[in-house]
Design a binder for this molecule. Structure first.
Ligand code: MN
Length: 523
């Protein structure tokens, strides 16, 4: 075993860490293989076979193939630690192999014609029967020129799994996440720290969930008290007050339950709120009494709560806004009676430049849920057609919104005009569903495709914000294909159910973080 990882170790600097590097898992044997699509300085595919507890590896510039006519160059590279097997994420630029990595294929394999694959590799010829999602059948690796260089040839035998003309680049999606390299690069779940011991090299970039003990402490408080959460000491009040009536057959939602939700969702919701002024829709007497907008950061707000002074504020307008810069800020807002969180569409450092173009599908009284789904699907098709990335969310009330991340430099006039052009094109397909009238009455119950929300200090409800209605429904991001889920409803999820959904499905809006794009000209 000794020596197999020496080259790997030499290429990395372990000086920063005293732990022994790259100890193989005891008893790990032959069995698994992986192909990672790795965009480093050059795109290549890393083909790795698990042998004696390490990953014996080749870099294949054009990728492995099922095409029996193809002969692929495969450069034998150093063994990799077994911990790398299902790594998908980014390797920081400047480090060895810097770039983005997806698990392009994985499965099991058996060596053919030998019981000693390590010896077969040393002898310069490995036959492998692979059972992956994309790769199946017999792969053969042969060292070129019979020498001892690193250049090998990779081919697929002409067997029942062979497919002529098959090209890896036509199958670009990860088999474990369904994402492309671009999508993983835009929003990596993990980082590979090449300088760390293998067991610690894969670092999660996902938000740290709130420990259960923090919720236990909230439960143990009386009607009010001091709650230590996310490292902040917050005075929390009126904890047993009912803020939302229950849905049929369910108990009402108290302020204590709202605070628990705010704390649990904060690490997930924060990326959509941080660095932005927060407009708070407050309902201190609960969702059944009228609410009001509160934008001014109150005098009694704790010092750690970030603040932004709006340089454009006119006489009598809000001068100082709360900017949620950490998870505890959302708990503070919930305790302040903010049942709804509305972040600005622009960031405080560039208040006149939106970072999202927003499509607000606003149903009229006569708009059925199926009609709204039609409008959402048509927008999805239109976005696909012009090559623009966006994601939808249900509002928690009746509507659907589509958020489109844009690069810096656009004005609100720009995004508003772009969304108007797109939505008018969509509206022409289904004129019977849509009204362009400004007055609600004049719309005759039809839906509005509301591009006017693209304006400074106009806001849409934040992803994962509660809404002031029975059961405390939540605005929830969805995947596009969920538009076809017969159980989808605009108010399907509540503060009681959305965390389970997140655990199962993840957060579809994460794909938008880091995906800022230019908007193509629409004609
Ligand atoms: Mn590589």
């Amino acid at each position: 075993m000794a020596g197999k990882l020496d080259v790997y170790r030499r290429k990395r600097d372990f000086a920063r860490t005293p732990e022994p590097a790259g100890a193989p898992e005891p008893g790990a044997g032959t069995g698994r293989f992986v192909v990672q699509r790795h965009r480093a300085r050059r795109l290549h595919y890393d083909l790795r076979f698990e042998i004696d507890g390490v990953l014996v590896s080749w870099a294949v510039p054009k990728g492995p193939t099922l095409d029996p006519k193809a002969r692929r160059l495969a450069v034998h590279v150093e063994d990799h630690p077994i911990e790398y097997l299902l790594f998908e994420g980014v390797i920081p630029s400047g480090e060895y192999g810097g770039g983005d990595v997806i698990v392009w294929d994985t499965g099991t394999w058996e060596p053919v014609h030998t019981d000693d694959p390590r010896a077969a590799v040393e002898a310069g010829e490995l036959h492998a029967e692979v059972h992956g999602h994309k790769l199946r059948g017999r792969l053969v690796l042969v060292r070129r020129d019979g020498g001892d260089g690193d250049d090998w040839m990779l081919l697929h035998k002409r067997d029942e799994h062979a497919v002529e003309g098959w090209d890896a680049e036509d199958h670009p999606v990860s088999v474990i996440s369904g994402r492309t390299n671009d999508e993983v690069k835009a929003d990596p779940d993990r980082l590979w720290r090449s300088d760390a011991p293998a067991a610690e090299a894969s670092v999660s970039l996902l938000p740290e969930p709130l420990p259960d003990e923090a919720i236990d402490e909230l439960e143990a408080l009386g009607k009010q008290g001091t709650w230590e959460v996310f490292g902040r000491r917050l005075k929390v009040t009126n904890l047993d007050k009912v803020l939302f009536p229950g849905r049929a057959g369910e108990p009402p939602v108290t302020k204590r339950e709202l605070l628990a939700y705010a704390a649990r969702i904060a690490p997930v919701a924060l990326p959509y709120l941080e660095g932005r002024a927060l407009n708070m829709h407050r309902y201190p007497e609960g969702a059944e009494r009228p609410g009001f907008w509160h934008k001014q950061r109150p005098e009694h707000a704790p010092e750690w709560l970030e603040c932004w002074e709006n340089p454009d504020a006119d006489e009598g307008e809000t001068t100082a806004y709360v900017v949620p810069g950490e998870p505890a800020a959302l708990v503070w807002a919930a305790n302040f009676g903010a049942l709804e969180w509305h972040p600005w569409t622009s960031r405080t450092e560039r208040p006149h430049e939106p970072s999202y173009a927003l499509i607000d599908l606003d149903p009229g009284e006569r708009t059925g849920w199926e009609d709204l789904l039609v409008l959402a699907r048509l927008h999805r098709t239109a976005l696909d057609h012009v090559g623009v990335t966006g994601r939808a969310k249900v509002t928690g009330r009746r509507g659907i919104q589509i958020w489109i991340p844009v690069v810096a430099g656009y004005t609100f006039e720009d995004t508003r005009a772009w969304v108007e052009t797109l939505s008018r094109t969509v509206g022409k397909v289904v004129p019977e569903l849509v009204s362009w009238k400004w007055e609600v009455k004049a719309r005759k119950g039809l839906a509005r495709l509301d591009y006017t929300q693209n304006a400074i200090n106009k806001t849409l409800v934040a992803p994962y914000s509660p809404r002031p209605a029975a059961g405390a429904p939540v605005s929830v991001p969805i995947e596009w294909d969920e538009l076809d889920d017969p159980d989808l409803r605009p108010d399907r999820w509540t503060v009681r159910t959305v965390l389970d959904r997140l655990a199962e499905r993840g957060d579809p809006f994460r794909a938008l973080l880091g995906a800022a794009q230019e908007l193509p000209e629409l004609t």
